[in-house]
Design a protein around this ligand. Sequence first.
Ligand SMILES: *[C@@H]1O[C@H](CO)[C@@H](O)[C@H](O)[C@H]1NC(C)=O
Ligand SMILES: *[C@@H]1O[C@H](CO)[C@@H](O)[C@H](O)[C@H]1NC(C)=O
Length: 341
Amino acid sequence: MKSTILIPLLTAATQTAAHGYVSNLVINGVYFRGWNPSTDPYSSSPPIGVGWETPNLSNGFVTPDEASTDSIICHINATNPRGYATVAAGDEIYLQWVPTPWPDSHHGPVLDYLANCGESCETVDKTSLEFFKISGPGLIDGSSPPGIWADDQLIANGNGWLVQIPASIAPGNYVLRHEIIALHGAGSENGAQLYPQCFNLVITGSGNVSPSGVAGPDLYTPTDPGILINIYQVLTSYIVPGPALIPQASSIVQSSSAITATGTPTPGGTTTTTSSTLTTTTSSTTTTTTTTATTTTGGSGTSTQTLWGQCGGSGWTGATACPAAATCTSYSDFYSQCIPS
Ligand SMILES: *[C@@H]1O[C@H](CO)[C@@H](O)[C@H](O)[C@H]1NC(C)=O
Ligand SMILES: *[C@@H]1O[C@H](CO)[C@@H](O)[C@H](O)[C@H]1NC(C)=O
């Protein structure tokens, strides 16, 4: 009875609202800032990052009607970031969203894909990327509409999602395409909301699996049963949109990742003396360790952090002051950083 009354209110209130983006990744405790579409497009020199760059999209989404366009690849008008993060095959990546919390009416699946970039993800043509699915839970429990969904787990998990890079994936340069599909309005055609977010990774390891994939505009259609669906009814199953999971995909228990250091993205095209010997044994352009810790930990709260260093966040015990000409800027409950004023 109660839910019957609430349905029209929920759908009406949230249909046109805009939502968010991934604020940061955490790889083995190392924080990498995402592209901030609300502020970075206005900066004359936004920091080199690992997240694909977009205009200010007002935290909006891609509609099902745009599923066959390039907008679906890495969000509307996304362009290659200038850096990447390194991760070992088998490692887990934690992706945190803003706003915190993600709106709980926005039930839906959480999807992760990889696409091999070949020589460089900093220069690759996004239309050439072919994505294969490494994770994609959807409906957890549909017995009590609108059900419990993967993104409800994300909200419960520090507003973040943990995905494992399959251990057997061949080393190389990859785009990680991470996505929430919000289904609160999906009972009507073109009512689902797709939030794709992309990140550049160099994956290291000794795996040899190179799955084939599909181009972004071939991932979904507006009438896929997982895209056009009324979730305000008892559901016993849900067909997750997109291609099947690769056989090597792993299902992991969701948990959050504590941030212990700040990573510096490696600029694309840079090759250091040590990496040049490594590149001969892998197909990646650069394979040096890139997760340089730049934060001051355990310092007293009165010392001054370095530019770009962490200056606050839940559990942070290091320096909270920023150098002159920098401001301690909060990106989430877990992380604040010294950003040039
Ligand atoms: C980004 O766009 C939204 C809506 O169009 C606007 O409210 C906001 O002020 C913009 N951000 C900046 C920094 O201008
Ligand atoms: C995306 O790019 C097209 C073509 O340049 C432009 O017309 C459109 O306004 C852009 N969209 C946004 C949200 O910036």
